[in-house]
Write a protein that binds this ligand. Sequence first.
Ligand code: FAD
Length: 407
Amino acid sequence: MSEGVVIVGSGQGGFQLAASLREVGFNGPITLIGEEPGLPYQRPPLSKAFLKGEADAEHLELRPASFFAEHRIELAAGVRVAAIDRAARRVKLGSGASLAYGHLVLATGARNRPLAVPGAELEGVFYLRTLADAVALRARLSTPSRVVVVGAGFIGLEFAAVARALGHEVTVLEFAARPLGRAVSAEMSAFFFAAHRAMGTDVRCGAGVARLHGAQGRVDAVETADGTVFPADLVVVGVGVVPNVELAVEADLPVANGIAVDEFLATPDEAISALGDAASYPSRHAGTTVRLESVQNAADHGRALAARLVGRPVPYAAVPWFWSDQADLKLQMVGLAMPDDRAVLRGDPASRRFSVFRFHERRLTAIESVNRPADHMLGRRLLAGAPRLTPEEAADESFDLKGLLTR
Ligand code: FAD
């Protein structure tokens, strides 16, 4: 690989790949190109500690500037890759310059799905993906506001918890029948619905947003499909993301809900791979192709790809896991469940410490835990193998889960 590895996207996955390449002994040039300014940083605190004012931008940096120099990682920040010339093995930059690659990695992540209703362009409507988004939003949270959050996914609910803790009036409008509907069991949704209501947030499900109203260019209300109007000084939209696949599409690489890669994170072009939020890959755990949006997924993809690029390919099979902090509730999830997978409760939700074990027929597929990190950690080990836990054992609090590891 005479021209070295060029990584497009300096987020969680792109950064991890660069760092892991050096860890596994890759000696060639590494160029990490990122459209955002500054050093690579972690996004999770943007909707948590950073927004609350408990962490500053420097605390989010994945490594200090010296790390990149010491590890000979050329960081091109504030630089956009505009196109890929596969025949010449070069990328074209936004400036018009071009750069040769031996291997190209698309770690382009995802961007917010825009709210497609009249009024969405009004001032006072915010999204939360980048540090710049979070800086703008944090500044707005210094004045008491009526906040309407559109979307009860993880980011919407994390933001709602922070906004309530800061004393704002908060309404969450969710189009679907329950919060976190795409991600967790109905039992876990019900728990978070009740928990946010208990925090004083007005959570409405089945409430699709039809339009935003404003005066002098500023948003002042949100109207739902049934004609209900919710006054708002500030609207935060969290209605999901779309993967950044345009470079791949224009380069004629296959795309299907993400840049399509195989279990080695390879595209059909042997000189191009993709990873993280942008990539869809065949998952051993789901038994189908998935595109996941999590730190674990992006970072483990980075590690797996680094190993392949130094000649040690192993099919990607890491156990997927995820977390979300909402007020004093730490939700941790491990594994991948299908919507119809059975839910078995372990512990009492009223104690705010419990888990939901998911089963496909009698096979454990995932564990969702609230304030029970031991269940989560155990789940990571169990799901890495072929767990032999029955639904009856999962429901029995006296059953020793740890014993399973030696069974
Ligand atoms: P990203 O980190 O998004 O990085 C992609 C980068 O590529 C971006 O900087 C983008 O600007 C750049 N890029 C795109 N196109 C180009 C181009 N053409 N040229 C140059 N650069 C380009 N996950 C969890 O597991 N737990 C959490 O609690 C959690 N909380 C989150 C909270 C927030 C507010 C957000 C936004 C995300 C959260 N996530 C969480 C998700 C997690 O941060 C992402 O899954 C992870 O960052 C994905 O890494 P990535 O490298 O694939 O993409």
